[in-house]
Design a protein around this ligand. Structure first.
Ligand code: DGY
Length: 324
């Protein structure tokens, strides 16, 4: 009888997904420190045919070189900047990821962060919990900023950016966007969005929401220079990747009131600590990387992750595939 293929998971997944995997493969799940230490992953990857990983597992050249039998890397995320896609392609290793199913959940979160920081909801919650709400209903108390009539600048009008545009429209916002490539006129009309240069996106937006992948081109793109160009009354929302923003520069921009506030779901290094300087700033709403984190979406991501893995192990292209 043919031996079952081996699959390694760098962290556990939903029960239904594990059950499904165990029917077909010899499955091992990492259960120690998260992320799995590179040395341990290097040890495990040597003998397996399929790998299920998470967005913080760096799958680089060294690891791929040691993976002599590996046919597929299936990541439980839409982002794949943690995987050396080019090298995996060279080695004819399939890479699967989980777009589409998390589009709406992530757009919802970007929208929540925008609403929250502009209307100071979490800040108010912190004030009440620390006993700071002393007087009722003053004319200038805890005033926020209207969304209606404001310009939302979407940096990266792909799936998630477009879903955000739809949400913002129903709040009567104007929408401009910047992409490497303009979208079609028909789509622009349907979404009621206008293409602008990156420069104009910075200077005209009241809120900028980032929806591009992290890459060499976008690494630390939001720095001092960018913050100085943004309106002093504007907000920055990031649900994409922390490394797209220079966090030290953002901190300074917030402290020195170069911009009005920020809503952040992602950070340069995660998780951030209790005493991280961003936690000391009032005009920031922080979330623990929960863009796709709803029961429904996470279960769908698990379904796609194992589907991508099955296809890759059997020599076919994953349902959602990058590279080879
Ligand atoms: C992804 O899928 O890349 C997200 O960052 C996870 O929420």
């Amino acid at each position: 009888m043919m031996q079952k293929e081996r699959v390694f998971l760098t962290r556990t997944l939903h029960e239904f997904a594990l059950k499904e995997l165990k029917k077909k493969y010899r499955v091992e799940i990492h259960s120690g420190k998260i992320p799995i230490p590179k040395k341990k992953l290097a040890e495990k990857i040597k003998n397996i045919e399929g790998l299920i990983c998470f967005p913080y597992d760096k799958i680089d050249r060294d690891l791929i070189d040691g993976a002599k039998n590996l046919k597929v890397i299936s990541t439980y995320s839409v982002g794949f900047d943690h995987i050396d896609i080019e090298y995996a392609k060279e080695k004819k290793i399939r890479v699967g990821y989980t777009p589409e199913v998390l589009t709406k959940a992530t757009a919802d979160l970007a929208f929540s962060l925008m609403l929250d920081v502009m209307r100071r909801v979490s800040e108010g919650d912190r004030i009440i919990r620390s006993g700071g709400w002393k007087e009722i209903y003053g004319a200038y108390d805890y005033v926020g900023t209207d969304l209606q009539g404001k310009t939302l600048g979407i940096f990266g009008l792909g799936r998630i950016g477009s879903a955000l545009a739809k949400r913002a429209k129903s709040f009567d916002m104007k929408i401009i966007y910047h992409n490497r490539k303009k979208i079609s006129k028909t789509k622009e009309k349907r979404l009621l969005v206008k293409y602008v240069s990156f420069e104009k996106l910075l200077t005209q937006s009241d809120v900028i929401s980032i929806h591009v992948p992290h890459s060499k081109q976008t690494d630390q793109l939001f720095d001092n220079k960018v913050f100085r160009k943004m309106k002093k009354s504007s907000f920055l929302i990031n649900t994409a990747r922390g490394k797209i923003v220079n966090e030290d520069h953002l901190l300074r921009a917030l402290k020195n009131k170069l911009i009005a506030g920020a809503g952040l779901d992602v950070f340069e290094s995660e998780p951030i600590e209790k005493n991280h300087p961003l936690t000391k700033i009032e005009n920031v709403t922080l979330a623990p990387h929960i863009g796709s984190s709803t029961k429904e979406t996470r279960a769908k991501m698990a379904e796609i992750t194992i589907k991508n893995l099955h296809l890759g192990i059997s020599g076919r292209k994953p349902k959602f595939s990058v590279g080879y």
